[in-house]
Design a protein around this ligand. Structure first.
Ligand code: AMP
Length: 285
């Protein structure tokens, strides 16, 4: 695996692979790699010949009150995991390389970016889309792989690629979970043993919603209330939102249908976690 820290070196390595006829796959991450990230590398290997992974903790997508400075950065372990997973090129730029002086342009997420995660984290998705647009321009992949774990992010990236006519395909890969249901996340490292146990409440609430849907309940209000009742069984878990949404618009229907998603965000101790499950299709979770 080659490691690059500059845009120029990254472009040169990719140009060489492309000249040899390789199809380029791209997996953008913030590092602190876990099996969820590695599943995206596996997906890229199925779709492309040469996988580029980026590791960049993007300051633009963190609010001043959030965990930018304490976000985990296990550099050596990440490098080993990426290499073992089959990444051909690891792009690990510093902040100065990505955001030089005189920067004025950002990508704006629009209405899809102002609901749910966007409402709770103002400016977050503008930061995400700006860095993803930059990374797409640096790597120029044939296909980029994102996790369904960040469902709204994946929808926004698809919308950006469509609306701005970016010439690449987007693949979205299923949520990878611990055996007890907790979705893998770099932020799970922050959880105390007690909070780790409480954190299973998110996936349990989503399962409850999905099971009620499978049993025939179609009222979005009733489905959401059933999920919220599960969250309320534990103290120490502060619900931000639990909702049934249309996967494309992220609007709340009155009547749920197959292919809608149940989405949740909650603070467990001081750690904010998100998760989601698709309704009516059990193949994904
Ligand atoms: P992050 O490093 O948290 O920015 O995540 C990088 C990519 O990994 C994003 O596309 C995430 O959606 C994806 N990802 C994170 N956690 C998981 C998971 N548990 N299962 C599948 N993909 C994931």
């Amino acid at each position: 695996m080659k490691v690059s820290t500059t845009i120029a070196d990254t472009r040169a390595a990719i140009a060489k692979a492309r000249a040899e006829g390789a199809r380029i796959g791209f997996v953008p991450t913030m590092g602190a790699l876990h099996v969820g990230h590695l599943s995206l590398v596996e997906r890229s290997a199925r779709e492309a010949d040469f996988t580029v992974m980026s590791i960049f903790v993007n300051p633009l997508q963190f609010a001043p009150t959030e965990d930018l400075s304490r976000y985990p950065r296990p550099l050596e372990e990440d490098e080993r995991l990426a290499s073992e997973a089959g990444v051909a090129l690891l792009f690990r730029p510093g902040v100065a390389e990505m955001y030089g002086a005189h920067r004025t342009i950002t990508v704006t997420a629009g209405s899809l970016g102002s609901r749910w995660e966007g409402k709770s984290r103002p400016g977050h998705f503008d930061g995400v889309l700006t860095v993803v647009a930059k990374l797409f321009n640096i790597v120029q992949p044939d296909v980029a792989v994102f996790g369904q774990k960040d469902l709204q992010q994946a929808a926004l990236v698809r919308a950006m690629v469509h609306d701005l006519d970016m010439p690449l395909a987007i693949a979205v890969s299923p949520v990878v979970r611990e055996p007890d249901g907790l979705a893998l996340s770099s932020r799970n490292r922050y959880l105390s043993p007690d909070d780790r146990r409480r954190a299973t409440l998110l996936s349990r609430a989503l399962r409850e919603v999905r099971e009620r849907f499978d049993a025939g309940e179609r009222s979005v209000h009733a489905l959401e209330e059933a999920g919220k009742r599960i969250v309320a069984t534990e103290s120490g878990v502060e619900l931000d939102y639990l909702a049934v949404i249309d996967q494309r618009t992220f609007e709340n229907p009155d009547v749920a249908e197959s292919g809608n998603s149940a989405i949740i965000a909650a603070r467990v101790g001081s750690t904010r976690l998100i998760d989601n499950m698709t309704l009516g299709r059990n193949d994904q979770d």
